[in-house]
Design a protein around this ligand. Structure first.
Ligand code: 3PG
Length: 216
């Protein structure tokens, strides 16, 4: 394990500790990026994962990085090595993938920004741990067994901490957060498509505020 990855994992520790929830957002219109991120930060949610699923995602990351005080913006849906470059050039401070591959692992070694790779099984988690990734996205959390699955991993894999994502919402987030091997949760419920389309930033701020208080 290189010193590099240890220091990037420590950076990631700090980012994932900013709030109990990482907001996973899909931005269709670049002009939504700054007000959406400001609403999340005002509500207490500072880690914002902009998924690379829309053409404007890199511009949205750049706008948030440049204009939103207090935001820690990252890129999600990183599927190819080129996505790391796109994300970092745009200003992403962390990258997230739904899984991991040898190609992505090799590329991540050369990227000076923390990466949160995904795992859904004990074998996948262990393979990442061997490479120095003690922080992992657990995906798709609800679909592969949810709270019970994660609880079962805590005993045999005590060194790994997860950010479960996929199917998490205001109703079930607290049960994930109560697990000893959960560092935070990720989810899109703070930025529902209809509220973003309506540019209802106060409603998004309220959802963020409730999420930020999940651990209080
Ligand atoms: C994603 O990358 O889309 C996340 O897993 C979000 O999942 P959610 O929409 O179920 O919160």
């Amino acid at each position: 394990m290189s010193t590099n990855i240890e220091s990037r994992q420590r950076d990631l520790d700090a980012m994932l500790a900013l709030a109990p929830v990482v907001a996973v957002v899909v931005i269709e219109r670049v002009e939504h990026a700054v007000p959406l991120a400001r609403a999340l930060v005002a509500g207490g949610i500072r880690a914002i994962e902009v998924t690379l699923r829309t053409p404007v995602a890199p511009k949205a990351i750049r706008a948030i990085a440049d204009e939103v005080d207090g935001a820690c913006v990252g890129a999600g849906t990183v599927l190819r090595p080129a996505d790391f470059e796109t994300a970092v050039r745009a200003g992403a401070r962390f990258n997230v993938s739904p899984g991991s591959t040898d190609t992505l692992l090799a590329a991540a070694d050369g990227i000076d920004v923390p990466w949160l790779p995904g795992a859904a099984t004990a074998s996948e988690a262990l393979a990442l741990f061997e490479r120095g990734y003690r922080l992992q996205k657990f995906f798709p959390a609800a679909a592969v067994g949810g709270v019970e699955h994660l609880r079962s991993l805590a005993g045999p894999l005590p060194g790994i901490r997860f950010c479960p994502t996929g199917g998490i919402d205001a109703a079930n987030a607290a049960r994930y957060l109560a697990l000893p091997n959960v560092v935070c949760v990720g989810g899109s419920w703070l930025t529902p498509r209809d509220l973003v389309a309506a540019q209802d930033w106060p409603a998004i701020e309220s959802l963020a505020r409730a999420a930020a208080q999940l651990r209080e």
